[in-house]
Design a protein around this ligand. Structure first.
Ligand SMILES: [Zn+2]
Length: 313
């Protein structure tokens, strides 16, 4: 028997329904009658909390600073997923190492990628991943208008799962989507204040391409679309030339990605006499700690926009 087959069998056993009379710990969740919703990333979890309000108990697998590209399910995650009434995830292979688990779950309970409808009906709104033309760039939350449409889809799916609270879910979703539309406009207006030639963002990995497209910012990532890719020396040297040419003052690091490559860039610029500073830390694939403004999706976007405006203006 191959190791892979053994792994699959173990996974199947974990996901199997327990025999009656044997209630797993996870099944005891939400005794107050709330719907147990399990989400992968903080952004998706925040979306479902806003839509579900007091009727849902949202659990998020990936906390602050966690890299979704490399995230693997721990036994505790499998238990949480098993006890969920409905599961929401980002999709487009953002959660690359959870793909097998999510596929299996989808066969036994409502399991939705929030991007699913856009991918099926309006794929032209998605970006192709430059290094992997067969797949899409998964960092869709950085185009707030796109994310608002994902929220609308998630709301309709939650209503299918729990039609009893349809009215509340619809009302919550409409209020949240209105806030997202305002955030979209506000972000565009603030970023437009940076002179176009200086409106260049260099970040640790290619998470901000949707952000660049939505808000007219030229974006370069030092690494590919996934944090599993290593930046090569050639790419670093090319970016050093661009930064010197355009007199760009700052580069950004990301909370969920090591800053090693960004530091090589700063050293490269120094060697040519161009002073480049760290424009601060941006939230890319993970949100900030719960209870802080950056611990919400809206707060995280606002924080990033302010950091970029402050550093590049
Ligand atoms: Zn990423």
């Amino acid at each position: 028997m191959t190791a892979r087959l053994l792994k699959l069998l173990a996974l199947a056993a974990l996901l199997a329904v327990p025999p009656s009379g044997c209630r797993g710990l996870a099944d005891l969740g939400a005794p107050d009658g709330r719907i147990r919703v399990v989400c992968t990333t903080g952004q998706v979890g925040d979306m479902l909390e806003n839509i579900g309000g007091s009727h849902v108990d949202v659990r998020t697998l990936m906390g602050p600073g966690v890299d979704p590209h490399l995230y693997k399910a721990a036994p505790a995650d499998i238990r949480l997923l098993k006890g969920a009434k409905v599961v929401f995830y980002n999709g487009l292979h953002l959660e690359g190492r959870l793909a097998e688990v999510l596929e299996k779950l989808a066969q036994r309970k409502p399991t939705y990628a929030v991007v699913e409808e856009i991918k099926n009906n309006a794929p032209e709104r998605l970006r192709k991943a430059p290094q992997f033309p067969a797949s899409y760039d998964p960092h869709i939350w950085f185009d707030v208008a796109l994310w608002a449409d994902c929220a609308d889809y998630a709301a309709r799916k939650l209503i299918e799962v729990d039609p009893l609270h349809a009215e509340d879910y619809r009302r919550n979703a409409d209020a949240y989507i209105a806030k997202l539309r305002a955030l979209d406009n506000e972000s565009r207006a603030l970023l437009a204040e940076i002179p176009r030639r200086q409106r260049v963002m260099i970040t640790a990995h290619d998470a901000f391409a949707y952000f660049g497209r939505a808000y007219d910012v030229e974006v370069h990532g030092l690494q590919g679309i996934s944090t599993a890719d290593e930046a090569d020396l050639g790419a670093i040297n090319e970016l050093v030339r661009l930064l010197v040419d355009r007199n760009v003052k700052a580069v950004f690091i990301e909370t969920s990605v090591p800053s090693k490559n960004i530091r090589s860039l700063i050293q490269g610029c120094e060697a040519t006499g161009h002073r480049l500073v760290l424009g601060g830390e941006l939230y890319s694939d993970a949100m900030g700690p719960p209870g802080t403004p950056q611990g919400t999706y809206i707060g995280m976007i606002q924080y990033n926009v302010h950091q970029v405006v402050k550093a590049l203006q």
